[in-house]
Ligand binder design. Structure first.
Ligand SMILES: C[S@@+](CC[C@H](N)C(=O)[O-])C[C@H]1O[C@@H](n2cnc3c(N)ncnc32)[C@H](O)[C@@H]1O
Length: 505
């Protein structure tokens, strides 16, 4: 058996998407699995009976939920095999790598670099090693070793791939974060310039800047031009044209918020102490205010999706005069789509007050439906939404904010607030029934664990929880990037398929 092969991203666009969102998660996952002893505790496929999650938890002394988040991703990536009865074993090719002492030593040597790499901005600005934990770390030289003049890792099958994910994935995210945060991407997009010109524009050392540019070139993002100038590569220029560059820069600032917590993932899985704790109201306010602004930048593409969801609901349940509640509205894009469905739908937008500031602007200026809007600030963990008040209640990407034990309670408050023939609309990342995909969803689930938030469920797990509160009918309909779950009481007709894409947003 060979090591699981990597599905290479097919284009710079999909690579960028991966580096911006999931690459650092991938390295953090493999580091934590090694540090916690998870990879060593798993029996090897074909050499011992696969093991249950609960026994692994007992043996390693970790949080069950945390360990499950790691394990499900390891299965999704092909490093661990899951048997039908939810028992797990390590793929033999991975086991062969881990018992090779030089390979193991190479992984161990990478472990302390997480924090110093997180200080890449400083290294680039000053062109010198950074200080961390009483030592000096030559981060620029480390980047050179990783990307520009890498030593062979090992001749064992799968060794290069495993090392790449373990060490370079996070470094790629970090390079993008620094290039975005230091204004290098914007400077390169503005015009081709020499290193001294770029250094003067971005207040950086030539040594640091040169290294950053060369690694960006290695990633396909920058390219040297005439007369010692540097610019974006032609493919990157196309990708970040127009609004895409500010969106990428902002995405990298969101990714940067996870860096420290990802570096301590092993500790969080061991102790459930959260470094980025979104259950802390102040942290949540800051994080989600930022999130709302970010979504607003790509409002049109989100609106296409939510309009399609509204049309799907309207196939089975006309929305004329409907009273709609959008809980955890974020940018207003979901409730807004329902408001746009007919001229008589009335929508209540519920979220934290700081987030509603942005929602009011979007509902007024972009959606132009403020005359049929009500803004309701509150705490979704405890808010009473009333009794039989709404025809449609939308929970768009918000259940993943609640820890799993909070779901029965919010479902019962929402079921109470629905009229007898009302419809509940959930937009979420719904896992397949084996809980080993889609991969993007599993990465998202790991980040929700890391931030002390919700868990991802399968369609049948949702159906069971919804049945418990009387919403015994439910369907799961895939949307292009997530899933739609529609639920209602017995006798209410539910749509069975997605409406066609709207012709105009
Ligand atoms: C992941 S975002 C989803 C935003 C939006 N529905 C969307 O699909 O883009 C979760 C939303 O839940 C809100 N939220 C989190 N905790 C909350 C709380 N305790 N009370 C009210 N809203 C909360 C956040 O402010 C944020 O807007």
């Amino acid at each position: 058996m060979t090591a699981p092969s990597r599905a290479e991203p097919s284009s710079l666009a999909s690579s960028l998407h991966f580096w911006a969102r999931n690459a650092a998660n991938e390295s953090a996952l493999l580091r934590a699995a090694l540090q916690l002893g998870l990879l060593d505790a798993l029996p090897v496929t074909g050499q011992g009976a696969p093991i249950e999650l609960s026994r692994l938890v007992e043996r390693l002394g970790t949080s069950p939920r945390g360990l499950r988040s790691l394990l499900e991703l390891l299965v999704g990536l092909g490093f661990v095999r899951q048997e039908p009865v939810r028992t797990f074993a390590l793929e033999p090719a991975v086991a062969a790598l881990l018992v090779d002492p030089p390979f193991r030593a190479r992984l161990q040597a990478e472990l302390p670099w997480w924090r110093p790499l997180g200080m890449l901005d400083e290294a680039v600005k000053r062109g010198e090693p950074v200080e961390h934990g009483g030592q000096r770390w030559d981060v620029l030289d480390h980047l050179r070793e990783l990307f520009l003049s890498p030593a062979p890792i090992s001749a064992l099958p799968g060794a290069e791939d495993f090392f790449d994910r373990f060490a370079r994935s996070a470094a790629r995210t970090q390079v993008l974060i620094s290039a975005a945060r230091l204004g290098v991407l914007e400077a390169l997009a503005a015009s081709a310039r020499t290193v001294p010109e770029l250094g003067a524009a971005t207040y950086m050392s030539s040594t640091g800047l040169r290294m950053l540019l060369e690694v960006l070139e290695h990633l396909g993002l920058s390219a040297p031009g005439n007369g010692g100038t540097w610019g974006l590569s032609p493919e990157a220029s196309q990708l970040v044209a127009g609004k895409a560059l500010p969106y990428l820069v902002r995405s990298m600032s969101v990714s940067a918020q996870y860096t420290e917590a990802l570096g301590a993932l092993d500790e969080t899985v061991r102790t459930e102490r959260f470094i980025l704790d979104l259950k802390d109201p102040e942290v949540s306010r800051r994080f989600y205010a930022d999130n709302s602004t970010q979504i607003t930048e790509v409002f049109v593409s989100h609106l296409k999706l939510s309009l399609r969801a509204a049309q799907t609901v309207a196939q089975a349940r006309p929305l004329e005069g409907a009273r709609v509640l959008d809980i955890g509205t974020g940018s207003g894009v979901w409730g807004g789509a329902f408001a746009r469905a007919t001229p008589t739908t009335h929508v209540t937008y519920f979220d934290q007050e700081v987030v509603l500031e942005q929602v009011r602007r979007n509902v007024t200026n972009i959606l132009k439906v403020s005359s049929r809007a009500r803004f309701w600030p509150g705490n979704l963990f405890e808010q009473d939404f009333g009794e039989a008040e709404f025809d449609v209640i939308i929970l768009p990407q918000v259940l993943n904010v609640l820890r799993p034990e909070g779901l029965p309670d919010i479902f019962s408050r929402v079921a109470r607030a629905l009229r007898p023939d009302g419809l509940l609309v959930i937009a979420e990342y719904v896992l397949n029934e084996r809980r080993d995909g889609p991969l993007d969803h599993l990465y998202f689930g790991l980040r929700r664990f890391l931030t002390n938030e919700g868990d991802l469920l399968t369609a049948s797990e949702y159906a069971a929880l919804l049945s418990d509160v009387g919403l015994t009918r439910s369907v799961c309909i895939p949307l292009p990037t997530q899933e739609l779950i529609l639920a209602a009481r017995p006798g209410v007709t539910l749509p069975t398929q997605l409406a066609p894409p709207p012709t105009a947003a």
